[in-house]
Ligand binder design. Structure first.
Ligand code: F6P
Length: 343
């Protein structure tokens, strides 16, 4: 078969491991011919590809990023994008496409299968871990480890200076990274998009904590965390092709306000794209490899319209529709665990 692969949306540690696994099993086991679309859906719309084979994939397992590039191009927002994508399938004689991405990339995949009958299989990727249908997405574990390492480092400098440290992590709509890293790093507060926070309460916690003899506090905040209405004004930024506002800034606002209200010296660290770069953890390499193998198997097993997923430790297939239907927000039991250590 002739099988295309694309990586869409924000990059994520483990993308290359998925590509390598699908190529390896495709070429060696099924005798497939594989090609990578450049920069996500842009490559499909513009028919831009590169050859993928076992040789080309040597050495990429531990490498972050994606050798075929990524973008947030949305074929439904580009002039004649869907027809051009269909034409690319025809011109290349493509039998299948493996789309590796999050809610946006897989949302497009779902529509192309449902409305255009294109043969697409999905692989769940996002450091944010907010895709439904799978217990975990690859990349999440690596991002949590990076954030935890950063919090460990912030602890020692915070203690030396008796400071409050605000650490802003990614998580547009879901607080998975914030909560996992907050628990693992021993944060005094974790603020997530799923629950609006009250700045007065946050400051109260910190003040009480300091009164009881603890002088350093780590506050982990997800970039999408929101203050209760009317309590703090947030600035809105530009939007991308999928309509998402560019975030990053709540940490600064929070740090300023904590210092102003409590009088404690406060600093902010915004981890940003550091969480997405670099080598994947062993866990993510294994998960990504399992997903890659499962995706090429699905291609040969008429699994179009499905996404490979992890459920109860096993790799399964779920309909793309389920995966992109509703965002997988934080499990509140997890937040309750974090809350035991607040203040
Ligand atoms: O979707 C994953 C994500 O990492 C979000 O948490 C974050 O808001 C966004 O990507 C940032 O993406 P960009 O690369 O466009 O700045």
């Amino acid at each position: 078969m002739r099988v295309g692969i694309l990586t869409g949306g924000g990059d994520c540690p483990g993308l290359n491991a998925v590509i390598r696994a699908a190529v390896r099993k495709g070429e060696r086991h099924y005798g497939d011919q594989l090609l990578g679309f450049l920069d996500g859906w842009r490559g499909v719309v513009e028919n831009q590809t590169m050859e993928l084979n076992v040789e080309r994939c040597r050495g990429i397992l531990p490498r972050g990023g994606t050798i075929i590039g990524s973008s947030r191009t949305n074929p439904y927002k580009v002039a004649d994008g869907v027809n051009r994508a269909k034409a690319t399938f025809e011109e290349l004689g493509l039998d299948a496409l493996i789309a590796i991405g999050g809610e946006d990339t897989l949302g497009v995949a779902h529509k192309l299968v449902r409305d255009e009958n294109l043969p697409v299989v999905g692989v769940p990727k996002t450091i944010d871990n907010d895709l439904s249908g799978t217990e975990v997405t690859f990349g999440f574990h690596t991002a949590v480890q990076i954030a935890t390492d950063a919090i460990d480092r912030l602890h020692t400098t915070a203690e030396s200076h008796d400071r409050v440290m605000v650490c802003e992590v990614m998580g547009r709509h879901a607080g998975w990274i914030a909560t996992y890293a907050g628990i693992a790093g021993g944060a005094a507060e974790v603020l997530v998009p799923e629950e609006e926070f009250d700045i007065a309460e946050v400051c109260d916690f910190i003040t009480k904590r300091h009164e009881s003899g603890r002088y350093a506090s780590i506050v982990v905040v997800a970039e999408g965390a929101k203050p209760k209405e009317g309590t703090l004004a947030l600035q809105s930024g530009e939007t991308d092709a999928f309509g998402h506002v560019r975030l990053g800034g709540i940490g600064n606002l929070l740090a300023e306000e904590i210092e102003r209200r409590t009088g404690f010296e406060t600093r902010v660290t915004i981890l940003g794209h550091i969480q997405r770069g670099g080598t994947p953890t062993a866990y993510d390499r294994v998960l990504a490899t399992r997903f890659g193998v499962a995706a090429i198997d699905a291609v040969h097993d008429d699994g179009f319209g499905s996404m490979v997923a992890l459920q109860a430790g096993q790799i399964v297939r779920v309909p793309l529709e389920v995966a992109v239907g509703e965002l997988k927000t934080l499990d509140h039991h997890l937040l309750e665990v974090a809350e035991v250590f607040f203040g």
